[in-house]
Design a protein around this ligand. Structure first.
Ligand code: HEC
Length: 190
């Protein structure tokens, strides 16, 4: 189910390097997530998800299972790989359903009504974030837009890197950053 979005990514990267030139994120002391560049990369991930039938119209459904906080009460989780900008990496997609107490049948009967968010991990190329096994984190709203934290920052990129709470802090308790399974062998690791 791999698709390549190299052309689109290249076009984006070119446009971005022009528009961002002279204002590197580090120089402004900006957070390691939530930039326009992160949003553009997240859009490529969403495209890959649509191409793989994991988002958008006619997306694949599975029987939701009971999850744990903070991801919602009923979850669907998918494991695959995707090729973005010439790099192939692990793609993990989690759909988060609510409200509390909702049953699998109710979700399956009307998934769109119950879908609260889609949280995604994508393992990017070597050197992206070596401190955290190069995972890119993003929280999508059901329509594919990027959710924001209370400060209005888009939740895409190295989300909350260096903070005590958030995607990276919580997932770093797992040696491969993956809670649900040890069966995934990260593409970038040997
Ligand atoms: C407080 C801890 C915590 C935080 C914060 C958190 N997660 Fe998770 N995450 C979990 C747990 C626990 C699971 C396993 C849930 C299950 O399936 O029952 C999980 C599962 C996942 C999975 C499926 C892969 C896996 O690890 O099993 C993805 C993808 C994911 N989270 C993305 C995110 C993203 C993106 C963020 C930030 C926007 C985030 N998570 C924040 C605890 C956390």
């Amino acid at each position: 189910m791999n698709r390549t979005f190299a052309a689109a990514a290249l076009a984006l990267a070119t446009g971005l390097s022009t528009s961002l030139s002279g204002t590197p994120a580090s120089a402004q002391g900006m957070a390691p997530f939530g930039s326009e560049e992160d949003a553009a990369y997240a859009a490529l991930i969403w495209q890959a998800m649509e191409a793989a039938g994991l988002a958008g119209d006619h997306m694949i459904r599975t029987l939701p299972y009971e999850g744990v906080d903070p991801h919602g009460k009923m979850l669907e989780t998918f494991y695959t790989t995707a090729t973005i900008d010439g790099h192939t990496g692990n793609l993990i997609v989690k759909r988060n359903y609510g409200p509390e107490g909702v049953e699998a049948d109710a979700v399956l009967a009307d998934p769109d009504k119950h879908l609260g968010a889609i949280t995604v991990m994508y393992q990017r190329e070597e050197g992206y974030d070596p401190d955290n096994q190069n995972w890119f984190w993003v929280k999508f709203r059901p329509d594919g837009s990027i959710d924001k934290n209370p400060k209005g920052m888009m939740l895409a990129g190295m989300v909350a890197k260096g903070a005590d709470v958030g995607c990276i802090a919580c997932h770093s308790s797992q040696d491969d950053y993956i809670f649900t399974t040890d069966a995934i062998h990260p593409v970038m690791m040997q």
